[in-house]
Write a protein that binds this ligand. Structure first.
Ligand code: CUA
Length: 179
């Protein structure tokens, strides 16, 4: 068998056909459009969460949560579960724990004020899902998921767990109150 290299076979040496060049240019421009749409849509699309995650020991997170509860607890809620309702000052760091099978505590926030919300899981992965706003954050044990949050409407908002976490997953529900 002989392998010969002719000028036709050396396709990379052929001059570029005009149509091909046009399509390469169109494809390249479209790539640039999509590339710059990512940061643009992150800032102006108001759809993507700018949340951060840090390593955090569960016991440290639990201590901060209990300190916040001790300082700002206003009542209890959640029926037999007796979940503390806390009203932390505007602008402060607020803590919320997900664990089998509850969210702890219940936060009561002020409309139009910003809070730094910290989320963690104590045991397994849970899914923080705020409804009907449809804000979803996966929460993992060993991590502090932080997001700045400014409630824009008064009312009672539901928190559900949207990550399957065992037999009572469906009961892992809570609320955030906005006054
Ligand atoms: Cu927690 Cu499902």
């Amino acid at each position: 068998m002989t392998i010969s290299y002719t000028s036709e076979r050396a396709w990379w040496k052929e001059p570029l056909e005009r149509t091909e060049l046009v399509w390469i240019v169109i494809a390249f421009i479209w790539c640039l459009v999509l590339f710059f749409m990512m940061p643009y849509w992150h800032i102006y699309g108001q759809q993507n969460l700018a949340n951060e995650a840090y390593r955090a020991k569960p016991e440290d997170f639990a201590r901060k949560t209990e300190e916040m509860i001790a300082k700002y607890k206003v009542r209890e809620d959640g029926g037999d579960l007796k979940v503390p309702v806390v009203r932390p000052p505007a602008g402060s760091d607020v803590y919320l724990i997900g664990r089998l099978w509850a969210w702890w505590p219940i936060l009561e926030l002020e409309k139009g004020k910003s809070y730094r919300l910290h989320l963690t899981a104590m045991d397994y992965q849970h899914g923080f899902s705020l409804q009907p706003e449809n804000i979803n954050i996966q929460v993992h044990p060993g991590y502090d998921h932080a997001v700045t949050m400014t409630p824009t409407q008064k009312g009672s908002f539901a928190i559900i767990c949207n990550e399957y976490c065992g037999v009572n997953h469906h009961t892992m529900i809570s609320r955030i109150y906005v006054k």
